[in-house]
Design a protein around this ligand. Structure first.
Ligand code: GLU
Length: 492
């Protein structure tokens, strides 16, 4: 088998969304599992749809994910340049060659004429946009138009009879009636190629063996095949991926503002978790294992695992996976990944104390699902929030406001007189002894203390973990605050 070469060919017309990244990942993996080459090609011939910053988003995404390309902009190989707007002359040459071979023709129709055709000519088949007027110009007419400098496009000359069949690795054999194929434009009047043409020329010149793309391209593929055949070029293996759905009915789409990769990262999803999740949207691994690093995918990925059923982008599943990734990280890696969120939640003063930051990180690592959960969960350390004393009541912990008041009143002098080391384990033993001495259950002391220290129904640590973080003075202040609140409530 010849050397496997794949390519990711983004158009800089918007931000990288989940579907683009999946295509990119699959192309990359097909190259890696086969020891092949992965090419990056920028398809920027549609200048009207160009979006500022979109190229940077592509490069930024590749860098963040670790999906490295072997050839492409900045990594010149034998097939460059890799940016289509720099390959103008190449497309022109091939379009003209196609004219010579009788598979394409010059079209001088004006915009106005084309406009007037829309929905007008009953001789046009349902799917045809152009009536093929210029297909039948004589050589003299063509020469005269060219000599007069009339603007022109070059159109593909579709066969009017028969069928075209192509094979897709995921969808199988697909056959279309040639008479439904429009004489599509290959080269525009500005001399730039259309996507449909540039794509075929470049895939051939760059030696691409496997083409992965969304199934919205399935209907254009027969036209590509006819181009390959007209040139006498080898047709690559096509792999069309099913759409990624938002739910049963709607596609995920950047137009609807659905998740772009960088949005997810900014929301606190881990790059590795996103990649892992995306790999599974349309591909099933051989066994039951669902967790794969990129390095593992580079060995595990199989073409047989690709499926044609639409995949649903289930944010809950991604969240779950993200939480699992967080739990599996080393404390150092988590500390690094969570840094900005820890800073935001703790504020400058607490963040300056590295020991506190590390302890908080260790606590939240066990509980958070996405990194952006962190600030809300730890903000109470910076400042005790206002809270309702109802949160002291907890059936399972066997507490209510009266019991909590008594517990806090017992804990306050204990804390003030405490002479042991101010660490969670020792404080825990002390509080349990205090509970026993007063015929209370452990939870009847621990829950009220946890509540007083956090002012929250849920906190990233238990009573004594919070006490250790807050230090003795702040713990005393918060227990006193709890006592006054409970007193005020019970006396009201
Ligand atoms: N430039 C096309 C896009 O961004 C690429 C499609 C393909 O991979 O062939 O949709």
């Amino acid at each position: 088998m010849s050397q496997v070469r794949t390519r990711f060919a983004p158009s800089p017309t918007g931000y990288m969304h989940i579907g683009n990244l999946r295509t990119c990942l699959y192309e990359y993996l097909i190259a890696r599992v086969n020891g092949g080459t992965f090419v990056l090609r920028i398809e920027d011939t549609d200048q009207e749809r160009y979006v500022e910053g979109a190229m940077d988003a592509v490069f930024g995404t590749l860098e963040l994910t670790g999906i490295g390309y072997d050839e492409g902009p900045g990594k010149e190989g034998d097939c460059g340049p890799y940016i289509q707007s720099q390959r103008r002359e190449i497309y022109k040459k091939y379009a003209e060659e196609l004219v010579r071979r009788g598979h394409a023709y010059y079209c001088f129709c004006t915009k106005e004429r084309l406009e007037s055709l829309k929905g007008g000519d009953e001789n046009l088949g349902a799917s045809l946009n152009y009536d093929r007027h210029c297909r039948y110009l004589t050589q003299e007419e063509i020469a005269a138009n060219l000599a007069a400098g009339k603007p022109y496009v070059i159109r593909q000359m579709m066969p009017t009879e028969g069928t075209t069949t192509f094979t897709d690795l995921v969808y199988g054999d697909i056959t279309v009636d040639n008479k439904t194929l429009d004489d599509q434009v290959l080269l525009k009047s500005d001399g730039l190629p259309t996507y449909n043409f540039a794509n075929v020329v470049d895939d051939h010149l760059m030696g691409i063996t496997h083409v992965v793309r969304g199934n919205e391209y399935l209907s254009s593929t027969p036209k590509y095949n006819l181009l390959y055949e007209a040139f006498g070029w080898e047709i690559p293996t096509y792999i069309h991926c099913p759409p990624i759905m938002k739910d049963q009915h709607q596609k995920l789409s950047k137009r609807n503002g659905d998740a772009s990769f960088l949005d997810l990262v900014n929301k606190g999803y881990l790059v590795d978790a996103i990649l892992n999740y995306i790999a599974l949207l349309g591909w099933s691994p051989r066994g039951n294992e669902e967790f794969f690093t990129l390095k593992e995918l580079e060995k595990e990925f199989t073409l047989e695992g690709l499926s044609k059923s639409p995949a649903i982008f289930d944010i809950e599943k991604l969240k779950w996976m993200n939480g699992e990734y967080i739990r599996r990280m080393s404390p150092e890696d988590f500390r690094k990944a969570a840094d900005k969120w820890l800073h935001e939640g703790l504020g400058d003063a607490l963040y300056a104390d590295e020991a506190v930051v590390n302890k908080v990180a260790a606590l939240v690592q066990q509980r958070c699902v996405i990194l952006s959960d962190i600030p809300e969960r730890i903000r109470f350390l910076k400042e005790l929030p206002e809270y309702d004393t109802a949160i002291y009541c907890h059936k399972k912990m066997k507490t209510d406001e009266t019991i909590s008041l008594r517990s806090l009143e017992l804990t306050l002098p204990f804390v003030k007189a405490y002479t042991g080391e101010w660490i969670s384990g020792d404080l825990y033993t002390g509080l349990c002894e205090l509970a026993a001495a007063n015929e209370l259950k452990n939870s009847q002391i621990l829950w009220p203390v946890r509540t007083a220290c956090s002012g929250m129904e849920v906190s990233p640590g238990g009573a004594t973990e919070l006490m250790e973080l807050l230090g003795r003075d702040e713990t005393v202040r918060r227990i006193e605050a709890g006592i006054s609140l409970l007193k005020a409530k019970l006396e009201a």
